[in-house]
Design a protein around this ligand. Structure first.
Ligand code: FES
Length: 121
């Protein structure tokens, strides 16, 4: 089980439970389920609209999560949010290279409480 806290400058913080061991629940699907207004477009990892910043809730380290998938790598690189050196290191460490993720692509895994910062319009 994980707690995921969504925060933005315009909305009240909201903390929700993520399904334990889900292999399909994304940050975006969790946000939609709880009426958290993360902006999104394609829902398929192509447009970058759902960019969020994800941290461990304790703030002490990068979230473990899973490494970026190929779509996230392509879009985040294009947006200048991740460098090739960070991507190369990600494949060595098997954890995300930094805090930037696409909410529609990041699968929530159990065992780690997360802070998700999303942009406010
Ligand atoms: Fe388009 Fe996530 S909604 S990349």
């Amino acid at each position: 089980m994980s707690l995921v806290t969504f925060t933005s400058t315009l909305h009240k913080d909201k903390t929700v439970y993520a399904v334990a061991g889900s292999h399909t629940q994304t940050i975006l699907s969790l946000a939609k389920e709880h009426h958290i207004p993360i902006d999104f477009g394609c829902g398929e990892g192509d447009c970058g609209t759902c960019l969020v910043k994800v941290s461990s809730l304790d703030g002490k380290r990068r979230p473990m999560g899973g490494p970026l998938n190929a779509r996230e790598v392509a879009v985040l690189k294009e947006m200048g949010r991740v460098s090739q050196a960070e991507i190369d290191q990600m494949y060595v460490d098997d954890i995300p290279p930094n805090h930037w993720r696409l909410a529609c692509q990041m699968i929530v895994r159990g065992g780690e409480d997360l802070l998700v910062e999303y942009p406010s319009k």
